[in-house]
Ligand binder design. Structure first.
Ligand code: DX5
Ligand code: ZN
Length: 277
């Protein structure tokens, strides 16, 4: 039953390699995150196949924060992201308690999942993320990032995420030191270093270069050259080169991207593509 659920939810055109009794082995290649998803019976595995990190093949991604989109025209805004080769959609969930703002949640994510195959990067700015991991997974998240400052136990939340097909992200606010995520790096796919106080789009960038560098160094030293480091808040063509130079490779952008007259070019600029100019 579980396998059927997986099939329905994540594998649009599964490639069946084997079938014997209850055992089904399926492979999905996700080019966006360079991974292969394999399921066998009730277990599943996500295997990353390209080395990213401090080596030269490290890839940069732009994740568009739809908090800055025209929410009454969300469908066409998403089409625009697809047409402009944006890599990921960044979905900010705010509960009005963990941060002083309330955004949107599970029903909106479900609608987005129906509309697009884009990679859905969900940023939970909520007090008790553990309580909602399963729901956001079922709603179609590809990555779930939660805050170590939340009230949920960090390790328990990681364990809950390991039961899903989502990649695992851990986030820290500007006043939280890099060291707070060190014990969890071995379990994480991505660390999100906030470059504003979470809660609102359009805020001024706070330089977290030192923190990003520390996390990248720690990850490299501990065999996690593939760790993604995301930055979120005030990212534009001026600030993106600063964070990329420190070791960040996933750049969230809301107001800069959605206000741009040429979204594709703006994304190339923040991604740091060679042909950006
Ligand atoms: C802030 C959110 C961000 C925000 C970024 O709490 O997590 O994702 O939308 O917006 P900009 O790029 O406008 O700073
Ligand atoms: Zn965010």
């Amino acid at each position: 039953m579980l396998v059927k659920g997986f099939l329905k939810k994540i594998l649009k055109k599964p490639f069946l390699l084997n079938y014997c009794g209850k055992l089904i082995v399926i492979i999905k290649i996700n080019k966006k995150i360079n991974s292969i998803i394999l399921t066998a019976g009730e277990k599943y595995y996500i295997i990353k196949c390209m080395k990213i990190g401090s080596d030269k093949t490290m890839k940069n991604f732009v994740s568009a924060s739809i908090l800055s989109a025209d929410l009454l025209r969300l469908g066409s805004e998403i089409t625009k992201l697809e047409e402009n080769n944006i890599d990921w959609i960044h979905f900010d969930v705010m509960d009005g308690v963990f941060v002083p703002n309330i955004s949107y949640g599970i029903p909106v994510l479900e609608q987005i999942r129906k509309k697009t195959d884009m990679y859905l990067d969900v940023h939970l700015m909520i007090t008790d993320p553990l309580k909602y991991i399963k729901r956001f997974d079922e709603a179609g998240a590809d990555m779930i990032t939660f805050h170590v400052e939340s009230e949920s136990d960090t390790m328990e939340t990681i364990k809950a995420l390991q039961q899903t097909l989502c990649q695992i992200g851990l986030s820290i606010k500007p006043n939280t030191p890099a060291e707070a995520v060190f014990p969890y790096i071995e379990f994480a796919d991505m660390i999100l270093v906030m470059t504003v106080e979470p809660g609102f789009g359009g805020q001024k960038f706070m330089d977290m270069s030192e923190k990003i560098r520390k996390i990248r160094e720690y990850a490299d030293k501990h065999g996690r050259e593939d760790l993604m480091i995301q930055v979120d808040g005030g990212i534009d063509d001026k600030t993106a080169p600063i964070v990329r130079a420190s070791g960040a490779n996933v750049l969230v952008s809301g107001s800069y991207l959605f206000k741009s007259d040429d979204m594709e070019r703006s994304a190339r600029l923040i991604r740091g593509d060679a042909n950006a100019e």
